[in-house]
Every structure is written in C-alpha cells, then in structure tokens.
Design a protein. Structure first.
Length: 102
C-alpha cells in the first residue's frame, strides 16, 4: 500500500531512508493519477522490506512540488540514499517502476 506523506515526514521517510523509495507526486483530481494508484499500491506490497512507496498530494504539499520541480502529475521520483536518481511522468508500467527500485 502506498502511504500518503506530508512535507514534515519527507526528510525521515524519503531522504533518510536506508532502502530505495518511490514518491508519487499526485493530485486527487488527476485521472492518470487515479489509474496509477492500484499499480503503486501493488508495487508497494511487492517491494515491502526492500523498498518503499509513498504518495505526496501536490495541492496539499506545494513546497515539495516546487522543490522537485513537479510540472505535471503523476510524477514519480525514485530516491536512493536520499538523492533523486530517476523520474517518470505519466502512467507507467509496474515493471518499469520495479526495475528502477531494484
């Protein structure tokens, strides 16, 4: 399950994580974001223990969206060792995202 996090949790859960993290920057009104939700939930379950999947609502967390230059949703960023290493925009196959987390 992809857990929604806030800006105050971002440092601890994403930047300080010891495993790879995928962050889905989404909006509640976004159709493609809704299409990605079950894929990300499944990915989070599949990768439990080896990677984490979190969601950030760009309308509620505008500072994070600005910090990572999110121009369209969904944008998914993979972080490793606290650094963004790969970014995906739009609907993506689960395998593509799983490979980025490996």
């Amino acid at each position: 399950m992809a857990t929604q996090i806030t800006a105050s949790e971002f440092q601890e859960k994403v930047l300080n994580a010891s495993t790879p993290v995928l962050v889905d920057f989404f909006a509640t009104w976004c159709g493609p974001c809704k299409m990605m939700a079950p894929v990300l939930d499944e990915l989070g379950q599949d990768m439990a223990g080896s990677a984490a999947v979190y969601k950030v609502d760009v309308d509620q967390e505008m500072s994070l969206a600005q910090q990572f230059n999110i121009m369209s949703v969904p944008t998914m960023i993979v972080f490793k060792n606290g650094q963004p290493v790969q970014q995906f925009v739009g609907v993506q196959p689960k395998q593509t995202l799983a490979s980025a987390l490996a």
